[in-house]
Design a protein around this ligand. Structure first.
Ligand SMILES: N[C@H](CCC[C@H](N)C(=O)O)C(=O)O
Length: 285
């Protein structure tokens, strides 16, 4: 059986999206099928897969599952969530710009802005630990945030830094200290005036540096706020793709150390025409 596969990106983070409302594929998707869908033909590998499960047009409510390219699932994907709501808006007639997204069973509110931007409201983080000079944050996916100034001397060195090698050599140590295997690792370099933070992320389930990581951007904003590195509540972050992400922190007015919620804003675009994928032979046509 042949299915249509769409190609989207959120801040440069690359996804394939399948509309499975007719149940052509059994959920949860088989690992081999996920891996095959992410290995695109004539395009760079996708850094995640989104599956549309259901769409309620009158309530502007949509249901998706997210999978990493290795087939793992059940974690929050900030860039993927923004692509999901834009995909939902393009797949049906949604009554409102305020959309309820249920992603891997968790509910998020999203607002469509302009032609290709989405503001996604995340619930307050589930866990935050300041460990030595680095920070662990659970925002629905697990993140280690490193102040890059601890490992490089300049922004030029930051761009040249061998992140993949660093992750391969050090991730196990972070995993042991946090007690969690599925860690993403972000290095973050604040500019002198702290207006912009440059970030690079080695993603769990991709096991490579991705073009952008939405929950990595949110985790960086949280870590840098709590460590007094950044003191704006609106933080602009530039990922590897150079497509900016903006994180708004909702800070308790009485106690500034309390973050009550976060909003992740950025683009979400359909990149090219759809592809045909044969489920039986597990390959793109
Ligand atoms: N690979 C991550 C999930 C996707 C995160 C990233 N693509 C984002 O935009 O938040 C993990 O396994 O925890």
């Amino acid at each position: 059986m042949v299915i249509e596969v769409q190609h989207w990106s959120g801040a440069g983070n690359r996804f394939v999206i399948v509309d499975n409302r007719k149940g052509m594929i059994s959920n949860p998707l088989d690992v081999i099928l996920v891996r095959s869908l992410c290995q695109r033909k004539d395009l760079p590998a996708a850094e995640g897969l989104l599956v549309l499960l259901d769409l309620n047009e009158t309530d502007s409510k949509c249901y998706y599952d997210f999978y990493n390219p290795d087939g793992s699932t059940g974690v929050m994907c900030g860039n993927g969530a923004r692509c999901a709501v834009r995909h939902a808006a393009s797949s049906g007639h949604l009554e409102r710009n305020l959309i309820e997204l249920i992603l891997n069973g968790c509910m998020y509110c999203a607002e469509l802005i302009g032609n290709d931007r989405v503001a996604l409201r995340l619930p307050v983080y589930k866990d935050l630990r300041l460990i030595e000079s680095w920070t662990y944050v659970n925002v629905g996916s697990h993140h280690v945030v490193i102040d890059a100034r601890d490992i490089v001397q300049s922004i030029e060195d930051f761009h040249r830094f061998d992140l993949i090698r660093f992750a391969q050599e050090h991730l196990n140590s972070y995993r042991k200290k946090v007690g969690i295997e599925s860690l993403n690792l972000t290095i973050a370099y604040p500019t002198v005036d702290q207006q912009i933070v440059r970030i690079r992320t080695y993603e769990n389930g991709v096991f490579d540096e991705t073009q952008a990581c939405g929950t990595g951007a949110v985790s960086t904003a949280i870590a840098f706020w709590i460590r007094n590195i950044i003191r704006q509540v609106k933080i602009q972050l530039i990922p590897t793709s150079q497509r900016m992400l903006t994180v708004h922190l909702d800070i308790n007015t009485e106690r500034e150390e309390i973050i009550q919620g976060m909003t992740l804003e950025g683009d979400a675009r359909q990149d090219t025409t759809s592809s045909q994928f044969d489920i039986d032979s597990m390959r793109y046509l």
